[in-house]
Design a protein around this ligand. Structure first.
Ligand code: FES
Ligand SMILES: [Fe+2]
Length: 427
């Protein structure tokens, strides 16, 4: 499959890795992505805590499709297409809530929380053979979860979610481990924003540690001023504090020793002296429950995880669950949630939310810089991709195999692109 004058989407050779810039620009590429990626891959829809009680629902755009994520009166979690089986109106126009029934706004057909059509005004006009069961709300073909993280798949024949998640499961496990009971909850208060950039740029950016030092200099200086050691060893662009790796099926991660602190277990001055004791206690609980080694993973390292194609979990100074989808070839909608252990103290929760806003929040230290970077990138390539065709993602490629791939190298970005390319070039 070609992009422009029979050019491949990517060049993947020893010592060379390039992505053709037309893939960020051309509407035909997005059309193919919808068909081949967003209709075939497992896409994150929500967390079990968001549909805790019978009747709870969340309406979401998943891969651009309006869905209702809900727990029925029978206790079963389902995902429905949010479209009336009569003529197509959004059946539910609320963002979230709890409901016994969904009543369509247009002609008032009414569905119960399990999707059954239960009331039709003037039903007799349809004749005696009218069969309500033919008009159930349509369920998404596949819905499954891993430890409470729910995903949908629009392809009936897709492989199991368990297999699909491959090595990413281990990283979800570390997040679940941070809860003394193993139970997590999405904390109310969603971040939602648009970027005028292609969605794949955010896949890259979400774990591109090469950009951190230059793009986020304001934040690094703020940390330094508050007494955090962010020193950069001689000769390295970033401290050698992490690695990048592929987790299979296009999922990938950066796994770093944290210098940013973690309000769940690693104190730093910006949390304030009064937080020291509680953070030490949280850490102690982790060590007792998980052992030193596992507690170190939870407390002293941080990870940015990309679950192909469009779920990012930043398990850093807080835990941010972020998903995004293209609304156009050069535009995306981002939605992000904070997640944390059920039952954590009010002060721990407050620190978590503060961290959620401080770095990754749309008005925080990182996201405005990232939005600017990606929008300026999109502006840079949109009208020039025919003349300046290739973007480079070759950091770390020249290293011998026995040498570790760092977080500032790009094996994780290449993992995303190899899977993207595989899917896009397979019929
Ligand atoms: S479109 Fe929903 S009742 Fe007519
Ligand atoms: Fe960034």
């Amino acid at each position: 499959m070609s992009t422009l004058d029979d050019k491949p989407y990517i060049i993947d050779e020893p010592n060379k890795f390039k992505v053709h810039r037309s893939v960020f620009v051309k509407p035909e590429i997005l059309e193919q992505e919808k068909r081949k990626i967003f209709h075939k891959c497992w896409l994150y829809i929500g967390h079990v805590s968001e549909v805790k009680n019978h009747g709870d629902f969340q309406t979401r755009l998943v891969g651009g499709k309006p869905l209702i994520f809900t727990r029925g009166a029978d206790g079963v979690v389902r995902a429905f297409f949010n479209t009336c089986t009569h003529r197509g109106t959004l059946v539910c126009r609320e963002r979230r809530g709890s409901a016994k029934t969904f009543r369509c706004f247009y002609h008032a057909w009414q569905f119960n929380s399990c999707g059954d059509l239960i009331a039709v005004p003037g039903e007799e006009a349809y004749g005696k053979n009218f069969d309500r069961s033919q008009f159930r709300l349509r369920e998404v073909p596949r819905l499954d979860h891993y430890k409470g993280f729910y995903f949908v798949n629009f392809d009936e024949n897709a492989e199991s979610l368990y297999d699909y998640l491959a090595g990413a499961k281990e990283y979800l496990d570390i997040i679940v481990d941070q809860s003394p009971t193993g139970e997590l909850e999405i904390i109310q208060g969603t971040q939602e924003y648009d970027m005028v950039a292609n969605w794949k740029l955010l896949c890259e950016n979400s774990f591109d540690d090469y950009h951190v030092a230059p793009t986020h200099i304001t934040y690094l200086e703020y940390l330094k001023d508050s007494g955090v050691d962010v020193s950069i060893p001689k000769g390295l662009l970033m401290p050698k504090h992490g690695i990048g790796k592929s987790l299979g099926n296009g999922h990938a991660v950066i796994d770093n020793h944290t210098y940013r602190g973690r309000p769940i277990a690693r104190w730093m001055p910006i949390y304030g002296e009064e937080a020291k004791e509680e953070i030490a206690e949280i850490r102690k609980e982790l060590v007792e429950r998980l052992g030193e080694e596992r507690a170190y993973r939870a407390a002293d390292t941080n990870r940015n995880l990309l679950i192909f194609p469009n779920l990012v979990i930043n398990d850093g100074s807080s835990v941010t669950v972020r998903t995004f989808y293209p609304t156009d070839e050069n535009r995306m909608r981002v939605i992000a949630f904070a997640i944390g252990p059920i039952g954590e103290s009010e002060t721990a929760r407050a620190r978590r939310l503060d961290s959620f806003l401080t770095f990754y929040g749309p008005g925080g230290f990182a996201t405005p810089d990232d939005v600017e970077a990606l929008e300026v990138l999109q502006q840079g390539i949109s009208e020039t991709y025919r003349e300046v065709e290739w973007s480079d993602l070759s950091r770390g490629l020249a290293k011998p195999p026995e040498e570790e791939q760092l977080n500032t190298d790009e094996p994780h970005l290449r993992a995303f692109w190899r899977e993207w390319n595989r899917i896009m070039t397979t019929e």
